[in-house]
Design a binder for this molecule. Structure first.
Ligand code: GRG
Length: 288
């Protein structure tokens, strides 16, 4: 079972293409810069995870698209800012020149800022019981903020990843929390008891870890063309990774263990979890 749920990816792709930010001609260039990065062919793992969780819980995936797509806008903003000269200073992303190379540093910063704000607006437009929508938006914002992605990036740029525990914390904040919130946002919209959600939450945390271990392996083993970004970037930036800490062979074993643990958690979850199972397999076996 390794096929990615392309039907869900198609729903996401279509909604992202049709997002409009402002009718003003004065800001059309900013909208173009946002679309340049957003519609450059990412894997859409976070929104697809959100829709697949909704599907597992018996919800119509198409009905979750505002919240799901908000996750992709936030993820794209993080990529644009991560590539900036003040951060990783990368020239290639999703197979294209990075935002600051194509549009200039000033516009790239603004495109990232605007994607984050538009993500929150979009998530607030999610149909559903207001209390549940608010809980979903809160979970996404918290996963993005200081105790999440931005805090993890701060930890990264200030050099806080020198031992295995610190590395795990860094990645759980920087990439894990948004991946976990992709599942969590759908759980919030379903409004079930916490006890029923617990296996899904364990699955989501493990998936975030798996994603990062595989990402570190691919940075060493993948090509620029496969990755759509420069390979070997972690080593060039002197980053501590699962590969630099444990070696390639042990990192591969850790990925096997993490994939197994994610699926074990999923087995304990109620609902129709086949799409989530496929996403875990895809993250484990991906080459880009
Ligand atoms: C700068 C605010 C700020 C945050 C940066 C998450 C993050 C923090 C930066 C992303 C940069 C990066 C390469 C992180 C490593 C893991 C990761 C998120 C890889 C890219 O995600 P994929 O593989 O990319 O889901 P696509 O392009 O498929 O969406």
């Amino acid at each position: 079972m390794s096929e990615y749920p392309d039907d869900l990816r198609g729903l996401v792709e279509e909604r992202l293409e049709h997002l409009a930010y402002s009718p003003r001609p004065e800001t059309a260039g900013l909208g173009d810069a946002m679309r340049y990065s957003l519609l450059a062919g990412g894997k859409r793992i976070r929104p697809v995870l959100c829709l697949a969780t909704g599907r597992a819980l018996g919800m119509d995936p198409a009905g979750l698209l505002p919240v799901a797509c908000s996750l992709e806008l936030i993820h794209t903003y993080s990529l644009i800012h991560d590539d900036l000269p003040a951060m990783d200073d990368d020239d290639l992303r999703r197979g294209r020149p990075t935002s600051h190379v194509a549009h200039g540093e000033d516009v790239a910063i603004l495109a990232g800022d605007a994607l984050f704000a538009e993500a929150i607006r979009l998530a607030c437009e999610q149909p559903g019981e207001p209390e549940r929508v608010l809980a979903a938006v809160r979970e996404i914002a918290a996963a993005t903020g200081v105790d999440g992605m931005v805090g993890g990036q701060y930890f990264d740029v200030t050099g806080g990843d020198e031992d295995p525990d610190a590395l795990r914390l860094l990645h759980s904040l920087k990439t894990g929390r948004l991946i976990a919130a992709s599942v969590g946002a759908a759980l919030q919209l379903a409004g079930r008891p916490d006890s029923a959600d617990e296996p899904y939450r364990r699955f989501a945390v493990e998936l975030g870890l798996l994603f990062q271990i595989v990402d570190d392996i691919l940075d060493v083993t993948g090509s620029d063309a496969e990755l759509g970004k420069p390979s070997g970037s972690d080593e060039r930036h002197g980053k501590v990774t699962y590969v630099s800490l444990y070696g390639l062979e042990r990192a591969r074993e850790l990925a096997v263990e993490s994939h197994r643990d994610a699926l074990t958690a999923l087995e304990a979850a109620d609902g129709e979890t086949a799409s989530l199972h496929r996403i875990a397999d895809f993250i484990f076996t991906r080459t880009s």
